[in-house]
Design a binder for this molecule. Sequence first.
Ligand code: SF4
Length: 279
Amino acid sequence: MEKKPFYHLFPGDLALTCGTWSCNFTCPWCQNWEISKCPPQPDLGFGYTTPEEFVRMAQEEGCQGVSLSFNEPTLLLEWAVDLFPLAKRAGLHTTFVTNGYMGEEALEVLVAAGLDGANVDWKGGPAAVQKFCGADFEVVVKNSRFLKRHGVHVEVTTLIIPGVNEDEGTLRFLAERIREELGSTTPWHVTRYFPAYQFRAPPTPISLLEKAKEIGEATGLRFVYVGNVPGHPGQNTYCPGCKALLIERDGLSLVASHISANVCPRCRDGLPIRFHIEK
Ligand code: SF4
């Protein structure tokens, strides 16, 4: 779950994850461009896996959940809608890592199929999203809000890219919209970009990620995380009330958890972290 990243949903759990090819966005920095920027390639030997087989594989691997990620999972909508009820019946949780760009009917069927959580990419301000991704930022916001209102756990990720979305005004704008639309306890992951696909700008300076975290927190977000920087303390969860260290992470893994329920053991402040799937 930490790799997705989901930090407030089933911490430390394993989710068997799949993706396919292609995407409905045009991001020129795509970190998964080897699969998102090409059509399906059946000749590579990856056969079709049925939802039933996938659930069985997840159980055999000792996973607690299933997830769709890597390229845009909306391209696998019908498969996801078949998979999720089977997964839920098997006691597994279900998640999507998505650009949040789909119609309302797609959201409705995902919610009805039992989607537990979505990490939605908010890639930048409206002009950058239009220019680089070929998309309407407000649709992503509207869809994130729809998921939240329908009981889906939502976290937001922004890959911080120099020259695209790193200026103070954009970061403040994004943080304010997350707070207004999804609430101040929504986790915001500000993650480090590395050159990929058509983008050759150098990797995001770590100081810029720290600045983004500061701006997010100053705007009122209670959980802003620095991502793609192994060893950085900004990956950890601290109680926003008493600052106690609650969950330690490194890289893509949970290292230690000092809580097992959604309350701070030191100051008893409530924490918006979901630990277990309801039976
Ligand atoms: S939405 Fe994600 S997978 Fe699609 S092009 Fe953009 S970064 Fe790549």
